[in-house]
Design a protein around this ligand. Sequence first.
Ligand SMILES: [Zn+2]
Length: 257
Amino acid sequence: MNQVSTRQLAEWLDTTLQTQRIKDYCPNGLQVEGRDTIRHIITGVTASQALLDAAVQRNADAIMVHHGWFWKNENPVLRGTKRRRIATALAHDLNVFGFHLPLDAHPELGNNAQLARRLGFEPDRNDDGTPVNFGPYDLVWRGRCEPCTLAELGRRVGSALGREPLVLGDANKLVSTVAWCTGGAQDMMEAAIDSGVDAYITGEASEPNFHLANETGTGFIAAGHHATERYGIQALGEAVAREFGIQVEFLDLDNPI
Ligand SMILES: [Zn+2]
């Protein structure tokens, strides 16, 4: 069975995702060091206890996630759920890889790029071919969808992601230009409105989104934080499997948020 050293994999991931280039509010890359050789990786959206337990049960050597650990502003003490998660990783020599904003932003493997594929959006591109992005951290993408009403776009998003989204705004509005940012990017709706698109798609919703949608005429779709961020980590896992020939398994531990 193929294997790769933890150090070599960590370096390849850092280079591929250009982790040094993006300022983030958590560390990106190898967050907890485990055994020094990797044959089998479990990927998932979040490094929850359930994902760790599943990795231990499968005798995996590493987990690789979008939502890792050690967030800025979190309480640093090792108590409660945080202690249990870290204790599980250490007790089983499990490597923990986390990639947050670098995985959102990657032009091919990233969450925004992969969501666009799923939803059939054609990203607008700069002269050099890179996708147009804007807003905080340059994380919002912009492009075109097949023209339809906002209600119809909501139905398409729902069937592509397997979950009914929250759709705010005029259901009959015609939509052909869209902006999107996966996860909890409801605060970036104003940047999307300023860019002039017909609708904005993200994962979660907050109270102001309702009023913004009604008062600006820009449609808003909250399609699920977890649901919109399942695809980047899968694409990254597939890239790792191709590069090193090791076993990579995605576990979709569902989260309704
Ligand atoms: Zn997220």
